[in-house]
Design a protein around this ligand. Structure first.
Ligand code: NDP
Length: 492
């Protein structure tokens, strides 16, 4: 896809042409080229999408789990088969290197459909033994679930929300981020082609207002948001009047702790993966890298040397390591954060705020050099606030209790990392870190089989793994008396 096209909402099994209607452009962040004009969905269109989802839901839920599973597996197969095509669209829309999107994004979405197909086929309730009674529980779908996505991993986010919801018998209205609307439409087509009934998966496009219309809609039972902490607060508050279920996957400022006995090469790789993959636009990034003072200088030396070798360039070039940020505005914000960190006294050991040299037609202002800060202090904005770009703060520490306390001194709690060869320490420290996900001797791996989500202000609820079922079903309890009913008012 290289020429401008029109992106329309997908409602009740097909694209709907809203023309004449307001549109907004989606750009290739690498070049600024317009990829498509997107039709804006107002409250009336959101209402139409929710109505389609509400109408489709009972029929979808009444299919046997095995039948739902069969169709969800077809979605997975099609995603795998179209990996390269979808990866290319994702790279065009997000600016993320094709080497990443080919490897991670589509496969993660496909595996999610594969995994939750198995869940659909095996979803069961429980029998509870009671004297003289039969008691059992059923897992009931919630109804219409709204998914609202961030712009960094659009297809993966759409799949992580759609697959568990559909597996449990719900239907979905998904709003991708305004900046990255393209792959959700392809997913919608794939879902319908795989034999899921019209209306089970719908896509609406727009900004915060479009999201708000979804969250406020009385026929939406649940909202799952991936976004900033502030958006999470707004969504939770807006969901309160109709008492919707919410899952919130929000931001973070995660710690990555490198002990003196760590395999240093691996720890440097982990820190780079946790800061520079996807240009640093990953919620779970380990942006506060605490390194034991005795290995700090060696760690920084290796880190700086390897960071200098990262290749910035065209996201569609398989040799590119670092693409543009999502927009020139976001890149300017990240560069301002780098300037502010310098003003606060931190030293850039690699990178910095200067606009890097990239050859036209790439727009240099969209790029930020991978930046490593040393001489950082815990109370600085650099160390406290999420930047969502390729900016790493390295901090020295002396002992375990100290580093755990400093690592936990944040309102966030999405992820954490520990690098050490000491097995006891690895698990002890992992146990003490306030985080929804903690990696030992690796970073940012998110297999579909395990739950993902944050504690503290990084979120509520979990995606993936068996835990996701709890967030897309509710239990119904049935109690049957097996004898004759005793009359408490009978005459003695
Ligand atoms: P935003 O919070 O700005 O937006 C997320 C989505 O919510 C977008 O679709 C946005 O629409 C929509 N939205 C904004 N305001 C409202 C509202 N009041 N009601 C309903 N919907 C609304 O996040 P970004 O897209 O900027 O993504 C970056 C953030 O996402 C970072 O903080 C990052 O850490 C977090 N994130 C968390 C992940 C996790 O799993 N924990 C994973 C990935 C990112 P629009 O696009 O038009 O603004």
């Amino acid at each position: 896809m290289t020429t401008a096209a029109v992106q329309r909402p997908f409602i009740n099994g097909d694209f709907v042409d809203l023309a004449p209607v307001a549109t907004f452009p989606t750009h290739n962040p690498a070049t600024g080229e317009v990829l498509a004009d997107v039709q804006y969905c107002d409250e009336a269109v959101v209402d139409r999408a929710v109505a389609a989802a509400a109408q489709a839901q009972p029929t979808w839920a009444q299919l046997s789990g095995t039948e739902r599973a069969r169709r969800l597996r077809r979605v997975a197969d099609e995603l795998f088969a179209r990996n390269d095509e979808l990866a290319r669209v994702e790279s065009l829309d997000t600016g993320r290197p094709i080497a990443e999107t080919r490897l991670v994004d589509v496969a993660s979405g496909a595996e999610c459909f594969e995994y939750f197909a198995s869940v659909a086929a095996t979803l069961v309730g429980e029998a509870v033994p009671l004297p003289g009674m039969l008691a059992y529980t059923e897992r009931r779908p919630l109804g219409v679930c709204a998914g609202i996505g961030a712009w960094n991993y659009p297809l993966q986010i759409a799949c992580w929300k759609a697959a568990p919801a559909l597996a449990c018998g719900n239907t979905v209205v998904f709003k991708p981020a305004e900046l990255t609307p393209l792959t959700a439409s392809v997913l919608a087509e794939i879902i319908i082609d795989a034999g899921l009934p019209p209306g089970v998966f719908n896509v609406v496009h727009g900004d915060a207002e479009c999201g708000q219309a979804l969250v406020a809609h009385p026929d939406v039972a649940k909202v799952s948001l991936t976004g900033e902490v502030g958006t999470g607060r707004a969504v939770m508050a807006a969901a309160a009047p109709t008492l919707k279920h919410v899952t919130l996957e929000l931001g973070g400022k995660s710690p990555l702790v490198v002990f003196d006995d760590a395999a240093l090469d691996d720890a440097v790789t982990g820190a780079m993966l946790g800061n520079f993959y996807s240009q640093g636009e990953i919620c779970s990034n380990g942006t506060r890298v605490f390194v034991h003072r005795s290995v700090h200088d060696r760690f920084v030396e290796q880190l700086v040397a390897r960071t200098a070798k990262l290749r910035l360039g065209d996201p569609l070039d398989p040799a590119t390591h670092v693409g543009p940020l999502i927009s020139t505005a976001h890149a300017a914000g990240v560069r301002a954060a780098i300037d502010a960190a310098v003003a606060e006294g931190a030293t850039p050991a690699a990178g910095g705020a200067a606009v890097p040299a990239v050859a036209p037609p790439l727009q240099a202002e969209a790029y930020v050099q991978p930046t490593v800060f040393v001489d950082c202090v815990d109370h600085s904005r650099l160390v406290r606030e999420e930047i969502f770009g390729p900016v790493m703060a390295v901090l020295a520490f002396d002992d375990e209790d100290e580093v755990v306390a400093r690592a936990n001194a944040t309102p966030y709690g999405l992820a954490a990392g520990v690098f050490t060869r000491d097995v006891s320490r690895a698990h002890r420290v992992a146990g003490r870190l306030d985080a929804g996900v903690c990696w030992i001797n690796t970073y940012n791996v998110t297999p579909i089989e395990v739950p993902f989500g944050g504690v503290k202000q990084s979120g509520i609820g979990r995606e993936n793994g068996p835990a996701a079922i709890e967030h897309y079903t509710e239990r119904k309890t049935v109690l049957a008396d097996l004898g004759s009913l005793e009359d408490p008012w009978a005459d003695d």
